[in-house]
Design a protein around this ligand. Structure first.
Ligand code: XUL
Ligand code: MN
Length: 343
């Protein structure tokens, strides 16, 4: 399928189907097999957590971590894939139980900074300039356990330390209002923009907008993308879908709301997203019911929907839109969009 975009996914987007109420139901797939299949289905790149790229990261020296990541880069090269970003996984280790950058423990904070710096080393070894921070546990379960003003300051200090560690790296913050944390310190793109502005080098601090995370915050994904685009700070997107305010579902893109998906593609196309090398991540999970012999279909479906919506955007009649706007006949415009999507 033709697309103006370059699509990516993470190794975690092909998984065993583990969830809070049941164990894995599909066998683990070796990472190289995922790369091979990603290339086959038309992805251009891979997104990594630090320990996706270097699984035994905590037990390796800094030199060993870089060497391992360089080997991973050769495996990527073999399949013609690039690395889009590396994100420190600051939510699995016991030392991140109370958060990383906003933990109340100095040792845990130091561990989070160590992992953040290793993620920068790994990104460099994989040939990527982007480090994504999904601030999974930066917030509170018990509001009184932390001073929110001090902790927002700690977030800014941590980002400044990463920027100082490598003068070429870009930090992209992925907002999310909750899950696993109850109350996040960085729930929306507006918060990301404010954090960016407060750092020592705002030009190197941008955003990742995930559709499902915006919906969980009660916000419109396309408008969240638009806000970051206006500031020139939309570094990546995680397209997916979500059925209202419940657990983070990571459904296939467009599976819940096609019109919302259309408007996400429309805002990206209208504002030339991708011209600066930005890629389109598909942060989608297969349903737990999906058999292993067809466990990439949710990624393929998401890419197909994005491409089909690109075509709808190309067909969107701008003159008709202008006439509806001039007449202030938005009912007419809305029906036109419904017909366009259903035709
Ligand atoms: C969590 C989420 C993560 C990030 C990368 O909800 O979306 O997979 O995208 O750490
Ligand atoms: Mn995501």
């Amino acid at each position: 399928m033709e697309s103006r975009f370059r699509f990516t996914a993470g190794p975690w987007n092909v998984n065993e189907g583990v969830e809070a109420f049941g164990p894995g139901v599909r066998p683990e797939v070796p990472i190289e097999e995922k790369f091979k299949k990603f290339a086959e289905i038309g992805l251009s790149g891979v997104q990594f957590h630090d320990d996706d790229a270097v699984p035994d990261i905590n037990n390796m020296t800094e030199r060993q971590i870089i060497d391992y990541a360089k080997d991973m880069k050769s495996t990527l090269d073999k399949y013609g894939l690039v690395a889009e970003f590396v994100a420190p996984r600051l939510w699995m280790d016991p030392r991140t139980t109370d958060g990383g950058f906003t933990s109340n423990s100095k040792e845990d904070y130091d561990f989070a900074m160590w992992r953040a710096k290793r993620s920068i080393d790994i990104a460099r070894a994989l040939g990527s300039k982007n480090v994504v921070l999904w601030l999974a546990r930066e917030g509170t379960l018990c509001a009184e356990s932390k001073d929110p003003v001090e902790k927002v300051g700690k977030l800014i200090d941590s980002i400044n330390e990463m920027l100082a560690y490598d003068e070429n790296i870009k930090i992209l913050i992925e907002s999310k209002p909750n899950e696993p944390i109850d109350r996040s310190y960085c729930p929306t793109i507006g918060h990301v923009m404010a954090l960016s502005a407060a750092t020592k080098d705002p030009a190197r601090v941008g955003a990742v907008l995930e559709s499902a995370h915006a919906i969980l915050a009660g916000l419109d994904p396309a408008n969240e993308m638009a806000f970051a685009l206006k500031f020139g700070k939309l570094g990546s997107v995680h397209l997916n879908d979500q059925n209202g305010c419940r657990y983070d579902q990571d459904k296939s893109f467009g599976a819940e709301s096609l019109r919302s998906a259309f408007n996400q593609i429309k805002v990206l196309v209208d504002h030339n997203y991708g011209a600066g090398g930005e890629m389109v991540g598909l942060d989608v999970k297969a349903m737990r019911t999906q058999h292993p012999d067809d466990q990439y279909r949710h990624i393929q479906n998401s890419m197909k929907v994005a491409c089909m919506l690109e075509e709808k955007v190309a067909r969107f009649d701008r003159e008709f839109q202008a006439r509806c706007i001039a007449e202030r006949n938005y009912e007419k415009l809305e029906m036109y969009v419904m017909e366009l999507l259903m035709s």
